[in-house]
Every structure is written in C-alpha cells, then in structure tokens.
Write a protein that binds this ligand. Structure first.
Ligand code: A3P
Length: 275
C-alpha cells in the first residue's frame, strides 16, 4: 500500500508543487533545484541559492500570507519551484488552465509517512510543542485530526487527478531510495531537461541522505531555526521500513483497512520493505 504524499508541480516554466509533508518533498525539491542548475554543475561551478531559497512554499489553507505568496509566485522568473501542502481543490482550477504545467507527486508508504509525521509533530513548534507518545499521536490519525486532514482521503484526490493528467509524474520515495540516479534521469526527462550522465551522477550523489544532510545548499534548515523544538530533525532517518517497532496490531489493521478502502482500489501499491 502506498501513501500519496509529496506532490511537486511545475507551472509553465517549472512550478514545483510539493504535496504533503514527510514523503520526500524536500528531497525532490533538492533534485529539482540541482536540475535547474545543471549547466552550472556541468561547468563545475557553485550554486548560489539554497534549494529552500529557490522554492516558494504555500503552506496551509488559512494562511493569510498565501495571497502575498501568490504575488511573489507571479513575479518569479522561471523556472519556478513552488511547493504546497494544500488539497487539490485549491489548485485544480489553475492547473486545469495550464495543460503544459508540470506536476510531480511523490508517494511514500503510509506507515513510514505517519511515523515521520509523528516526529515532525514533536519537532515543530508550530504543531503546538507536541510531546505525546506514538499511541497518543495515533489517536489523531484514527480520529482524522491530523494536520492536513485524513491521510487517505486527502491524498486520493491528487493521485486520481495526476494519474489521468499528461503532464504529471508520480514518483515513489521507495523507488528513489532504491535507484536514485534512474529517478533523477526520469525527472530530467519529464521536465524536458537534457542532462549528461555525469551530471545525473553528481545530482544523485549529492542528494543521498547523508550527503544532502551535510549540504548547506540542499538541507532543509538554516543554521538556527527558531521554529523547532530540538526533539527531532527534518532529516531524521530517511529509510524504508522505519514503521516497524511503532505500530501495534490494532494500528496496523486500521491502516491496512483504510488502504483497502481508499488507495488500493486506485491501484496504489505499498512498498514496505526496507533498503
Ligand atoms: P524520516 O522522518 O522518515 O527520516 P518531507 O521533506 O516531505 O517533509 O519528508 C521528510 C522525510 O524525507 C524524512 O523522513 C526525511 O528524513 C526524508 N528525507 C529527506 N531527504 C532525504 C534524502 N535525501 N534521502 C532519503 N530520505 C530523505
């Protein structure tokens, strides 16, 4: 079973739209940022901007700054990278207007995503300084009280939409873990970017978990970040199968059942084994 999670989309000249958190959004953005700078990499030059600086983030639904961000988006020069966690309904009309707009959706198995989400809650001060147990957090999942809504309901919409859309690409976190370079090439091809094998190699090497975490241009935090509690970190483990040791039998069954009801009929397949 697979959870649809990060969504990356590219309007006209690259508008990157990254979907829900904890599925590899930041990772995919780093790859896109490097692809946008492929010519510099080819010449062995440094990149001046961090991937965070190069990305415009549309966060949550009732964020008043979204109107300001819309103006910024409109004034940005292409290729633009725009990331959001908003439901499809907030973007659909716009996306429908631009059939050439590129959308990338990254999916990650639901169980690892929820574990990652748990640690995100513990880390992020804007989640209220949450310091509950996994079992307590799971009650939020069960009661559909998680930030961004119910995991399964929320992401099915995007998946169905992107599946039938010509200019959408659906990537899997687990496939990226297994063969990063192949996926870098897939993304490049999807964006109609010609990159040499050497550059694909550079990008894949620079965006492995360990290398990206040490890379100031690509890692998702600044040296000091006032919004984190220090209880966890944005680049925490980066593995497949981390859910083991968290879920009890009942929790496992609930996720499996939700999967059978929602994502499985859509043809989504979970990849749960670690590598
Ligand atoms: P974990 O909490 O399981 O470690 P997002 O950016 O969508 O919020 O996703 C965050 C998750 O992606 C975290 O998962 C983080 O460690 C993982 N991640 C970030 N960069 C990665 C990379 N280069 N390789 C593998 N996983 C990565």
């Amino acid at each position: 079973m697979l959870s649809v999670h990060s969504l990356v989309c590219s309007f006209g000249h690259s508008f990157l739209h990254s979907f829900s958190p904890l599925t590899g959004t930041t990772w995919t953005l780093a790859i896109l940022h490097l692809l946008n700078n492929a010519d510099k990499l080819e010449r062995g030059e440094d990149i001046q901007q961090t991937s965070k600086e190069a990305t415009l983030f549309f966060g949550v639904i009732h964020d008043q700054t979204n109107s300001v961000r819309k103006e910024i988006a409109e004034s940005m020069k292409g290729p633009r990278l725009i990331q959001t966690h908003l439901p499809l309904t907030y973007f659909r009309q716009q996306i429908d207007k631009y059939p050439n707009l590129k959308v990338i959706q990254v999916v990650r198995n639901a169980k690892d995503t929820l574990v990652s989400f748990y640690h995100f809650y513990r880390m992020e001060k804007r989640c209220g300084g949450y310091n509950g147990s996994w079992n307590h957090f799971f009650k939020l999942v069960e009661n559909k009280q998680l930030a961004f809504g119910d995991y399964f309901d929320y992401y099915s919409d995007w998946y169905v939409y992107n599946k039938q859309r010509t200019n959408s690409l659906i990537l899997r976190y687990e496939d990226m873990k297994k063969n990063l370079k192949t996926n870098v090439k897939r993304i490049a091809e999807f964006l109609d970017k010609k990159v040499s094998d050497d550059v694909a190699d550079i990008i894949a090497t620079r965006t492995t978990f360990g290398n990206m975490k040490a890379d100031k241009m690509l890692r998702p935090w600044k040296d000091s970040n006032p919004t984190t509690t220090g209880r966890s970190e944005p680049m925490r483990k980066g593995i497949v199968g981390d859910y083991e040791g968290y879920f009890n039998e009942e929790q496992n069954e609930l996720i499996e059942q939700r999967y059978r009801e929602t994502l499985k009929p859509l043809g989504l397949q979970f990849i749960m084994n670690g590598y």
